[in-house]
Design a protein around this ligand. Structure first.
Ligand SMILES: NC(=O)c1ccc[n+]([C@@H]2O[C@H](COP(=O)([O-])OP(=O)(O)OC[C@H]3O[C@@H](n4cnc5c(N)ncnc54)[C@H](O)[C@@H]3O)[C@@H](O)[C@H]2O)c1
Length: 312
């Protein structure tokens, strides 16, 4: 049987490169895309040297719909397009608020719609979101702006940019507009998944899900924590304080979650978000129904004064 095709955007990034390796090792033909042609080619050669043969790459800026359509057409020419793992993204320490909205919110719409054209029944889309989308209560999502993504793309982009800039400026300016652009673009990606799973499922039998990452250690997330001259070890310790295992996640671990979502064996999961944060939201965010680990009363070793052999 011909190998299924999986596309990974942000494919040379920390998580992207692990996703590419995971999908190749799982028997897919992989087409990865990123913005830098030289980095793409160097990574492809690295993979070939590791013994992988079914790997192609393409330069693609996901904020450009024409380039996304070309990527989708190339994927289709390689065989049945089973999966899209859409990881391309920017971070607030290194990008302006409007660039973040363009790459993350518009880029996700571009990629999803370009790949919808070439996907078939059973295909699967995974868009990356972030734990930050869970920190904003649903009733605080600017849905009147998000709705415009389905009716007026220009207004959606312009208004989301203004919303993030205004909110960021009110919060203290500096990097805050970019922080807000990151947060609300990730909220949009999560909202989009919930809003379009019905249409994708009913029209073509395509699944769509998101994965919201808490903290995954990559060169980029390390640079983000170090931005502003702060000590990485100290900031990391704070970051993982409320995780269940007391450590960050690693790209190879989250790549296995992507593989599960793309695999045809996932025949039903759609319209959901996997909060891949090792319990951090559960432990740390009391405002969202989280618990304070220091006072959590649960003790799995505690014995009760009951007859365990009976249904008491
Ligand atoms: N690492 C974490 O803790 C974490 C947490 C939450 C969300 N995320 C998200 O997961 C994804 C991967 O994270 P990472 O840590 O590997 O970061 P990374 O910076 O290593 O990877 C992102 C990749 O996206 C590419 N990219 C940027 N703009 C693009 C564009 N316009 N078109 C195509 N590609 C573009 C970059 O070149 C880069 O290779 C990102 O979207 C990130 O925001 C990561």
């Amino acid at each position: 049987m011909d190998k299924l095709v999986c596309v990974v955007t942000g494919g040379t990034g920390g998580i992207g490169s692990a996703a590419v390796r995971e999908m190749l090792a799982s028997g897919y033909k992989v087409l990865f895309a990123d913005v830098n042609a030289e980095r793409n080619e160097a990574f492809k050669q690295e993979l070939i040297a590791e013994g992988y043969t079914d790997v192609e790459c393409m330069t693609c800026d996901v904020s450009d719909r024409v380039q996304c359509d070309a990527l989708a057409a190339k994927a289709k020419s390689m065989g049945k397009v089973q999966g899209l793992i859409h990881l391309a993204g920017l971070t607030p320490a290194f990008a302006s608020y409007d660039a973040i909205v363009r790459v993350e919110a518009i880029g996700t719409l571009n990629m999803n719609e370009a790949f919808y054209q070439v996907m078939e029944e059973g295909s699967s889309i995974m868009n990356i979101s972030s734990q930050t989308a869970h920190m904003v209560p649903f009733d605080k999502y600017p849905t009147e702006i998000f709705d415009k993504a389905f009716t007026d793309r220009q207004a959606f982009y312009t208004e989301l940019c203004h919303f993030c800039k205004d909110l960021g400026d009110k919060m203290g300016g500096g990097q805050m507009p970019s922080n807000m652009a990151y947060t609300y673009s990730r909220c949009f990606i999560y909202w989009l998944c919930r809003n379009c799973c019905y249409a994708l499922g009913r029209r073509k039998g395509i699944k769509i899900n998101t994965v919201s990452i808490g903290f995954c250690e990559t060169p980029r997330s390390k640079a983000d924590l170090e931005a502003g001259g702060l000590d990485y070890k100290e900031r990391l310790a704070k970051m993982v304080e409320t995780t269940a295992f007391g450590r960050p996640g690693y790209p190879e671990e989250v790549a296995k979650v992507f593989e599960f979502l793309i695999n045809p064996k996932n025949s039903y999961l759609s319209g959901i978000d996997i909060l891949w944060d090792n319990g951090q939201m559960a432990n740390g965010h009391k405002g969202r129904g989280g618990f304070d680990p220091a006072t959590r009363p649960y003790d799995p070793e505690k014995k009760f004064d009951v007859d365990y052999s009976k249904n008491y």
